[in-house]
Design a protein around this ligand. Structure first.
Ligand SMILES: *Cc1c(COP(=O)(O)O)cnc(C)c1O
Length: 352
């Protein structure tokens, strides 16, 4: 606290991201990064950027990238919004679309950044409990809602909501913006994007950070009706006109154009996930069904926090949340089979 701070800054409880340690020897399974690098076309695109392009400001609208995304999803460019990572996109969404008299609803176990943005922007909110099996039930959102936001698959549970369930949620809440945060949708789930044709209150947020192996590039997007997108553009153009640099725009475009690489890299992650889940269950873990590139696992005989610390001592980092309902779970990012084997060996030692 300092006398120079504004009141709101003193009261903030910022989001704490998973640690990014320097040690290369660590098996890093804590922040849901992709275990494989991006398409080689991405690095070529970055190398192709000229000094003259870097000298100038980037295209403030990221037009080429917007066009490519619109085409990929069968939308108009005016239905696509781009930002410096989906965290920035979401921050604009909270400010532009989620602040109402009635509370914003989101699951009690979900992306822990949501309450942070509510605090930053003064948004009233209410947590809706997940069912006992950590499933989201659309009927539970039949309440006075200013808006609704949920990740699909949910984070950190990994559980997937079906397109039919999302449609029911949208049908029952026609007057509230419903945001589906699809950070992990490419690891086996079905996107809500086709529902945009039916619902003008739906906003779908995606990112290149997870399934395109580009967390370091910082590119995220939102797709929705032109009216919702215009609200985001208004906030963006009152905040930072040039959120995406030249490198990000060009590299993102190259990533989107290499569909075969994307499909194959994610197919490998999904195969490693199934292998990891089976092995964890053999060690006695209860593992939630995951459609993401991470799994939530709990052991009946060992406290998760102890396992977390023990793994760390062996050079394996996973994520532990000391939060209600998930305090006895570890969230483990799916790595390469080799990384998963290192985790399993360390766990076997701790469980012995
Ligand atoms: C990782 C993540 C994001 C943010 O990703 P960016 O790197 O900022 O694009 C958003 N929502 C959820 C649920 C995530 O897990």
């Amino acid at each position: 606290m300092s006398r120079f701070w504004s009141d709101i800054v003193g009261r903030l409880t910022p989001y704490v991201p998973g640690e990014q340690p320097r040690l290369d020897r660590l098996v890093k399974l804590n922040t849901n990064e992709h275990p494989y690098p991006p398409s080689p076309a991405v690095l070529e695109a970055i190398a192709g950027v000229t000094g003259d392009e870097l000298r100038r400001y980037p295209d403030p609208e990221s037009s080429a990238l917007k066009q490519a995304l619109a085409q990929r999803h069968g939308l108009e460019p005016a239905q696509v919004f781009l930002g410096n990572g989906s965290d920035e996109v979401l921050a604009h969404v909270f400010q532009a679309l989620l602040r109402h008299e009635d509370p914003l609803l989101f699951p009690d176990v979900t992306y822990s950044f949501y309450p942070v943005w509510c605090e930053l922007y003064g948004i009233p909110w209410r947590a809706v409990p997940l069912r006992a099996d950590f499933a989201i039930e659309p009927l539970d959102y039949d309440a006075r809602a200013g808006a609704i936001i949920l990740p699909n698959p949910n984070a950190p549970t990994g559980r997937l909501l079906s397109v039919d369930a999302m449609r029911r949620l949208l049908q029952r809440n026609p007057d509230a913006v419903v945001v589906i945060d699809e950070a992990y949708i490419d690891f086996g789930g079905a996107s809500a994007v086709p529902l945009l044709a039916e619902f003008d209150n739906l906003l779908v947020v995606q990112t290149l950070s997870k399934s395109r192996s580009l967390a370091g590039l910082r590119v995220g997007m939102a797709m929705g009706s032109a009216a919702l997108i215009e609200a985001l553009e208004r906030v963006k153009n009152s905040f930072n006109s040039y959120p995406l640099g030249v490198l990000a725009q060009r590299a993102a475009l190259a990533a989107l154009e290499d569909e075969p690489y994307f499909l194959e890299a994610n197919r490998r992650v999904i195969a490693s996930r199934e292998r990891l889940v089976a092995a964890l269950r053999l060690q006695g873990f209860e593992v939630l069904p995951s459609a993401a590139n991470f799994v939530m696992a709990s052991h009946p005989n060992r406290r998760a926090q102890e396992l977390f610390t023990g793994l760390r001592e062996q050079g394996v980092i996973v994520r532990y949340f000391s939060a209600p309902r998930i305090a006895n779970y570890l969230r483990i990012t799916v790595g390469t089979d080799q990384q998963c084997d290192a985790l399993l060996a360390a766990l076997a030692q701790l469980l012995a």
